[in-house]
Design a protein around this ligand. Structure first.
Ligand code: ASP
Length: 424
């Protein structure tokens, strides 16, 4: 199946799913209504869950195998270190830009001014881990446990170690690399199979979600909601579009077109992690980033790079400060930028985690954590949208790093070269 046909199918499925779900929600059906029991909470919920489970199923094998292959192909430690620094530097930079944009917009628009606070707000913030623990958590003591628990940074560290060791192991290393390359092809073909059913999966996820929540929650928080949305779009178009144009010298329109299905996966799953297999496939085989770069930058990005989340946190912090009539100083804003940027490193790419980390940011500047209760109602929809931005950021940085390292295929990007052995 050609890529643009699949993109159209996924986007149509998304659109129909949202419309149908919101339509069902607006009917306010009784809990035991046939449509709710058998279709929404039955068939569609099941279909959506199976789709997300199948995506998650691939995350650990794909990250490990792909990254071992990538790291072993890069060979020397020096280029590994250089690429690592470049990637992390770009991730931190885009996140800092994102949150600065968010704070600026929120200060200008003032979404929280005049909010009628209810006095009985209740929100129990989950404890966020101390920074030392976050750092310590990067290093695995047991690779199998890391894989079983899906600890992405630990898997990345272990895979890089194995990859480097393979490149130092002469013929034995060659044999293993050959073997893992074959595994990589096999796993990518599973991704392809999943892509074929993605329109159904996306439809099931969205119809269920919108039937449950509709759009009603947005009305009360429309200014906050629109501010976050606007900054997400701005960051997407200006920061990513600009970087792709200026730093990678590529057409942003083509880049976004290649990314369209990945955005749909991010939006419907609300999880950078669950989207990872699709992001990786697209970055390598549609955008043209060579495996040795993509296999490192994309999983790392799905784990540590969350620009969309940082945007929500920036707007939310200013919103909560305004709603509670508390002034933030310039030093506070700088603290917000630094904390949110750092917090995104220790945050996993799963649904709703951005709100937990928001508690950390609020605490740093002495704002009431209960303020989170104000925005929780619209967070699901924003979570979906910001996840789509998060995954685009990973792909953009990956393309820029690959270009700068000469590990990029313009032919694949322009659609002139077949993308290896995989076909959809
Ligand atoms: N759901 C987001 C992601 O996976 C994280 C968040 O903002 O909650 O990228």
């Amino acid at each position: 199946m050609d890529h643009s046909k699949l993109t159209k199918q996924i986007l149509t499925a998304m659109f129909v799913g949202i419309l149908l779900g919101a339509g069902v929600h607006s009917l306010s059906l009784a809990e035991d209504n046939f449509i709710l029991v058998y279709l929404i909470d039955g068939l569609f919920d099941l279909g959506g869950d199976i789709f997300v489970k199948s995506l998650k199923l691939l995350v650990v094998p794909i990250v490990f195998v792909s990254l071992v292959c990538g790291a072993s192909n890069l060979g020397d430690n020096a280029s590994m270190g250089r690429i690592g620094l470049k990637t992390i530097g770009l991730y931190l930079m885009t996140t800092a830009i994102a949150i600065t944009l968010a704070i600026t917009a929120a200060v200008i628009i003032q979404p929280g001014v005049g909010i009628n606070l209810s006095t009985d707000l209740e929100f129990v913030a989950k404890e966020s881990p101390p920074f030392k623990e976050v750092l310590l958590n990067i290093f695995p003591s047991n690779p199998i446990a890391a894989m079983a628990e899906g600890k992405m940074l630990q898997i990345i560290v272990f895979a890089i170690l194995v990859g480097i060791a393979i490149s130092k192991s002469g013929e034995a290393g060659q044999r293993i690399r050959q073997h893992l390359d074959d595994w990589n092809d096999v796993i990518m073909n599973i991704v392809m199979m999943l892509m074929k059913v993605a329109p159904i999966g996306v439809f099931c996820l969205l119809v269920t979600l919108f039937a449950q929540m509709g759009f009603s929650a947005i009305q009360e928080l429309i200014v906050y909601f629109m501010t976050v949305l606007m900054v997400l779009v701005l960051h997407f178009v200006l920061t990513y579009g600009g970087m792709i144009r200026v730093l990678a010298n590529l057409s942003p329109v083509k880049f976004f077109r290649h990314m369209a299905p990945v955005l749909a996966y991010g939006f419907s799953t609300s999880s950078s992690n669950a989207t990872l297999p699709m992001t990786l496939e697209t970055v390598e085989h549609k955008i043209g980033v060579k495996n040795e770069i993509a296999s490192f930058t994309v999983p790392l990005g799905a784990t540590i790079n969350m620009d969309g989340t940082a945007i929500m946190q920036g707007v939310a912090t200013v919103f909560i400060a305004q709603a509670f009539n508390q002034d933030l100083s310039l030093a506070d804003y700088i603290t917000v930028i630094l904390t949110a940027t750092m917090a995104s490193i220790g945050t996993a790419g799963v649904p709703g985690v951005g709100l937990i980390m928001l508690a950390l940011v609020l605490q740093q500047v002495g704002l009431p954590v209960e303020g989170i209760a104000l925005i929780i109602g619209v967070d699901r929809l924003l979570d979906m949208t910001r996840t789509a931005v998060n995954v685009t950021g990973d792909a953009a940085v990956s393309a820029i790093v690959a270009k700068s390292e000469g590990k990029f295929s313009n032919d694949v990007f322009e659609g002139r070269a077949a993308s290896d052995t995989y076909s959809i």
